[in-house]
Design a protein around this ligand. Structure first.
Ligand SMILES: [Zn+2]
Length: 281
């Protein structure tokens, strides 16, 4: 438990450090180097377009990150639990049945789970995210998916900008796909022989970090979308619970709401999702 609590503090700090470093490299190194391109036109130059794209991606990633933390899952009161128990008993469903059971006799609402790190019950609990230090449930699932998507895109954007910067500074060609694989060992040997600056070595290390984080977030986002389409949460999969029998469109609408396109472009707290509506009535 102590290790998990430690991880709950270290992971958000790690995320914020990587974000700050990425911001600094983009704003003070990559984008200014693009302005030095003599062939570019001043208006709609690649530097301006790239800067606008990076700001859009990072604003969405950080905006949704804050919303995941702010939009904490419901702290279910005893009344809610009693209501849930009465409803389930009326339906003749066993307390620890395939849909609602989560190991504790206290839990009566479907798919609720008590997280010991957050010290609260979450409805439609998915998992505890260490990078946000928060539980992911019905209230913040949409913001969590958007956070993963935009973090992945911001990392891949930084990777492309970093590769173009390194190829210009070191006159390295990335036309050969193997060039990226041999870049790290080649750079390390050059760095220790004094032929490579520490700032350039740092950018090269960041390229691999962005690739790793970008791919991990994209994979996580795809897996999460698959679970949403099936109407299942990660917690249910872990416990071997059955998925809800409802159409995939309804599952999607429950998470992304009716105004899903607006929520896709701007970090928003509520886009009229079915779950939110039910709780707020
Ligand atoms: Zn939690």
């Amino acid at each position: 438990m102590l290790v998990l609590r430690f991880l709950n503090v270290v992971a958000p700090v790690y995320f914020l450090c990587i974000s700050l470093v990425t911001f600094a490299l983009q704003l003070f190194l990559f984008i200014p180097s693009m302005f030095q391109d003599p062939s570019a036109t001043p208006l709609f130059s690649s530097a301006l377009l790239h800067g606008a794209l990076f700001l859009f991606l990072s604003a969405n990633a950080l905006g949704n990150y804050i919303l995941v933390i702010r939009n904490t899952p419901e702290d279910l009161s005893k009344e809610d639990l009693n209501l849930g128990t009465a409803a389930r008993e009326a339906e003749g469903v066993a307390r620890d049945g395939p849909e609602g059971g989560s190991g504790s006799p206290r839990l009566a609402l479907p798919s609720t789970h008590f997280c010991r790190l957050c010290a609260r019950l979450t409805q439609r609990h998915d998992h505890h995210c260490f990078f946000t230090g928060n539980c992911i449930g019905s209230r913040n699932m949409r913001n969590f998916i958007m956070f993963c998507l935009y973090t992945s895109l911001a990392c891949l954007d930084s990777l492309v900008a970093g590769v173009s910067y390194i190829s210009a500074v070191l006159s390295t060609s990335f036309a050969n796909p193997l060039a990226f694989l041999t870049l790290l060992p080649h750079s390390i040997s050059q760095f220790f022989s004094g032929a490579l600056l520490s700032s350039e070595m740092f950018v090269i290390l960041m390229l691999y970090l962005w690739l790793g984080i970008g791919l991990a977030c994209a994979g996580f986002c795809c897996h999460q979308m698959l679970l949403i389409l099936r109407g299942q949460t990660r917690h249910q999969v872990r416990k071997g619970m059955a998925a809800r029998a409802q159409p995939w469109k309804k599952n999607l609408e429950e998470v992304f709401g009716k105004r899903w396109l607006l929520g896709l472009l701007i970090p928003m707290l509520n886009v009229g999702s079915g779950c939110h509506g039910q709780k707020e009535k």
